[in-house]
Design a protein around this ligand. Sequence first.
Ligand SMILES: [Zn+2]
Length: 288
Amino acid sequence: CIQGNQVTLPKLGEVKLIQHRQVPDGFTIKRALVTKKADGWYVTLTLEDKSVPDLPAIEIQPTETNSIGVDAGLEYFIACSDGTRKQPPKFYRQAEDKLAKLQAKRDARAKGSKPRRKLNERIAKLHQRIARQRRQWHFETAGELVAKADVLFVEDLKVSNMARRNKPKQGEDGAFLPNGQSAKSGLNKSFADAGIAGFLNEILPYKAAKAGRLVVKVNPAGTSQHCAICLNRVPKELSDRWHECPHCGASMPRDLNSGVLIKKVGLGVRLTIKRESRNGRRSPRRTA
Ligand SMILES: [Zn+2]
């Protein structure tokens, strides 16, 4: 479907194209995904080459010494059982300030006016730049993590509805209709939530597979509510940032405690997360 600087797309015909990389010899194009971004339209091609073998399954037996636990959160993007913590870089906040200023400027302009439209374009481009910078940083962080250990235990973060893409909708004539996706992945959605899920579910496993490392998802239930040292229950509110154990005296930042616990759960430790409910019946409850 690619001829020179033209790509032929169904319903649209020939479209001029800037090609970032040549399609290598021997590959066939399986799929084309057309997306609109703030700075233009993109077509992403999925290629197949039958002579390339599937990645071999990685088999590593996790042990105390070859594994780490990784807690992901907002305050510290990651906190590892080996004590390392990493905060998101400052450019998030810098860009957010800039974004807030632009939005205030836009809101002062009349609806439907040209200056307002121009400001909206600048806002969309700034969002795009933030997203790209973040992605870049996620890849670097994933690289650092896979260099640390053979097995990485992470929280099994269920992909929320928010992060799932809406199904494409087509009208009778085959044209694509709005499916609510752009509203869903909208500008005002929290960056952070989507960021953590994308990091744990996509970027980290991708980096790990390339490096021959294993990412193992563990059930996070209880990993913020128990002591990583003595495993007793130490209830906390979300606002409690420090873990202080009255049973064994352990004292450490909350997310490091979770990182150590995620590793322990990964290595087979079970946490008791049942507790008495008000009417005396024992009921399981999520405590993470
Ligand atoms: Zn303790």
